[in-house]
Write a new protein. Structure first.
Length: 476
């Protein structure tokens, strides 16, 4: 849907938070008058720039609108949303309006996990190859802003909430992964997939997906627009091994030369190369490939945080789904790992994670390998995960708080080991958001440095008797 289609129409913005206010300003710039509707029991915020309808009046106003601009935080499972769809009310969003205006200059990236890293990779390699790129959406310019006239492509990360209201598709669409996430918002997994894949179902586009994911391929095939093309990196001669990314006729980049950690991120890099080539086929392929060496990983995604205690502290705090935790554990399969898992409960199915950990535990026992996995759980989701793992005879320590989990990890992780925050759950049981949880993890890593310094300052006898438990218990 285009802005001009809303001129002289009855337009109601559903929600008056940051997104709603941004939508109002953007609509006004395009000559569209709008009002606000706030369903639920809350009162309208003071100082709104237009009339606001609340309570029963809000739903009546939404039902009578020519078009509703919905804020992404309003779930599809709400009774008001169902009433609007049953009544046939036209629903759009700020992302939909922006994408419709700019689709020819947009690479859209979505997926349960990997979308931020993949978006950033595409942006980076294109810029290095001389194609002027700009990040947009969740990790770039807001979609209320126009694309700079000198920009050749806006690489746009699109969440499932944003994709759900789309009526158009980008020039190139990338799907990184699909597994259960945000189910209370969408209703169930089938609805989640359908909503997310509106990025490729409502119009013709060029679709790029990861290699060797048959479930993803099947979902894409079932939802993609019939005129679209679907490809994997191998179609361009790009393949991934455990040690490198190889591009037939172009060259190779060794894994050890990249800052990216984990085979799944090599797959994301391959997808990024393919998407960049689909959008800009004239870009120099050797330059695109070489640009991977200078890419800096994003925060909270297998990010090594500062610590000087002889151990590796890794913040993977955005790994809130079990499949993402499996990818993190696989990345450190040859290391001694202490996994900190758990948080707020969303009742995700942990069976796939339990199977992976159980198989890893059995493999270590059978081979007497030096690598080991310790698990400390926290929060309601962690308690449930711990119970599931104990049913499979896997030893887990259930901590009473995140701070206690950090102390346990500090105490029990050996020199040269990895302390891995990869929670498989959101942070809201103890923290305002994932950034606050990650900040607490960083503090724990920094405190481990202080513990080492304090230990070094003692006598030899004291050092021999000073164990990690007493040191960690002394910290506030």
């Amino acid at each position: 849907m285009r802005f001009r289609e809303l001129v002289n129409k009855t337009v109601v913005i559903w929600g008056a938070g940051r997104e709603g206010l941004t939508a109002y300003a953007d609509l006004a710039r395009h000559g569209v008058d709008a009002e606000f509707a706030l369903t639920g029991s809350g009162a309208a915020p003071e100082g709104l720039p237009a009339p606001a309808h609340t309570g029963d009046d809000a739903l009546e106003r939404l039902l009578s609108a020519d078009a509703v601009v919905k804020s992404p935080g309003i779930p599809h499972t709400s009774p008001e949303y169902r009433a609007l769809t049953e009544a046939g009310v036209t629903i759009t969003s700020l992302m939909d309006l922006w994408l419709t205006e700019n689709r020819d200059r947009v690479i859209g990236v979505t997926g349960t996990k990997g979308k931020s890293t993949t978006s950033s990779l595409i942006h980076h390699v294109l810029n290095e190859a001389g194609v002027r790129s700009q990040l947009a959406g969740n990790i770039g310019i807001p979609v209320s802003h126009p694309i700079d006239p000198t920009t050749q492509v806006a690489v746009t990360e699109i969440s499932s909430y944003q994709a759900a209201e789309l009526t158009t598709t980008p020039s190139v669409a990338v799907i990184t992964s699909l597994y259960p996430e945000h189910l209370p918002w969408h209703g169930d997994y089938d609805s989640y997939v359908r909503d997310k894949l509106r990025l490729i179902s409502v119009g013709e586009t060029q679709v790029v997906i990861t290699e060797n994911d048959e479930a993803l391929r099947a979902s894409v095939r079932a939802n993609v627009h019939p005129l679209s093309t679907v490809m994997t990196p191998s179609r361009l001669g790009i393949t991934v091994t455990d040690t490198s990314i190889d591009w037939q006729g172009v060259g190779s980049v060794l894994r050890e030369d990249l800052s990216l950690r984990g085979t799944h991120n090599l797959a994301n890099a391959a997808v990024a190369l393919a998407a960049a080539t689909r959008y800009a086929p004239a870009a120099d392929r050797r330059t695109l490939l070489a640009a991977l060496r200078t890419f800096a990983p994003l925060s909270h995604r297998l990010e090594t945080v500062p610590s000087g205690d002889g151990r590796t502290w890794v913040d993977d705090g955005l790994a809130t789904a079990p499949e993402a935790v499996i990818a993190a554990l696989t990345a450190f399969a040859d290391r001694d790992v202490t996994l900190i898992a758990g948080g707020a409960e969303r009742w995700l199915d942990y069976d796939v994670l339990v199977r992976h950990i159980t198989q890893q535990d059995v493999a270590v026992q059978n081979t007497q390998a030096s690598a080991s996995l310790r698990i400390v759980s926290t929060g309601p989701a962690g308690t449930r995960l711990a119970s599931l793992l104990r049913d499979e005879n896997v030893d887990v320590t259930d901590a009473g708080s995140f701070a206690e989990a950090l102390r346990w990890a500090d105490t029990h992780t050996p020199q040269g080991g990895v302390v891995l925050l990869s929670p498989a759950a959101p942070s809201f049981d103890e923290f305002a958001d994932y950034e606050a949880r990650s900040a607490a993890f960083r503090e724990g890593a920094a405190a481990a440095v202080l513990t080492k310094d304090a230990s070094n300052a003692t006598t030899d006898t004291d050092s021999a008797n000073h164990n990690a438990v007493s040191a960690s218990d002394e910290r506030p």
